[in-house]
Design a protein around this ligand. Sequence first.
Ligand code: NDP
Length: 323
Amino acid sequence: MRAIRVNKPGGPEVLTVTEVPEPEPGPGEVLVDVAAAGVNYIDTYQRQGIYPMELPFVPGLEGSGRVRAVGEGVPHFTAGDRIAWAEGLGSYAQAAAVPADKAVPVPDGVSDEQAGAALLQGMTAHFLVNDTYPVADGDPILVHAAAGGVGLLLTQLAAARGARVIGTVSTPEKEEFARAAGAAEVIRYTEVDDLAAAVRDITGGRGVAAAFDGVGKTTFDASLASLRRRGVLVLFGASSGPVPPVDPQRLNAAGSVYLTRPKLFDYIADREELTAKAAAVYAAVVDGSLDVRIGHRYPLAEARTAHEDLQGRKTTGKLLLIP
Ligand code: NDP
């Protein structure tokens, strides 16, 4: 079968189209014909070795497809089932062996593409606004990269909870998407000298209840300075690079604020939590309250271009690889 393989860490050019043997479903695994593989920013960290990986590997944590075969000890799936997963390395391929306890059923009314597009970023947006900082009606909140994959979903979910979302984006086109997702205010952060001052202006000098920051290095200081007293900085990614070590005293100086650095996998470690989160995301897709914008579909062989576009800030919404 055809797969994308990383033989050594590096730039997008290390994503190599390769013929590899089809995986066998081991105990606790299902073999899936991949319909759509989700591209996520974490794939770029793994490709570069920022998150060290055993080499060689087939990237891609997320995908959707139909079960072709079931390994030993898999009680809850049978051949023919439509499933999706967000923790199954090896998704950039025509077929993948996925740990069955990390896979979820795809309900009717959710297409294969929507299933592969909504799961990882949708569950991320869901835990961020429900669990990490439960967004309340009327909260002013800051969402960086609001037109990105997570950004558009986070903006929609926070706006639905009654938050006044202040989104940041780099281009006028992205501004349109962020507004359509429900951002009440949008700042083009690449064009302002003092981002925190712009946020304070919008909030009448008070600052935001929470800042959701997946950009990291270039936005961290402004996120901290944008918080209201006892506000929460939710640092959940590093698309611009990692944040240097932080002196806890800065949290005191910023107004007794909180800093947290959560990751999805700690919010879906229990199967019950995983299935509940996935079901909530898919239910919102079915009832139309969550619009999963697929920004671009790439043939599997163009994984390199997908990574170049994602890291080059050229994309909005979700990127899919279609085997
Ligand atoms: P996005 O679609 O949001 O793409 C990244 C966006 O970041 C870009 O489109 C760009 O938007 C913005 N950006 C700002 N500065 C840079 C830069 N220097 N280089 C590249 N991009 C930049 O990606 P995802 O939705 O996949 O992920 C968003 C973030 O969320 C990532 O940091 C990811 O690691 C994190 N994440 C964390 C999870 C967790 O559990 N903690 C789970 C899932 C994702 P613009 O052009 O508008 O600035």
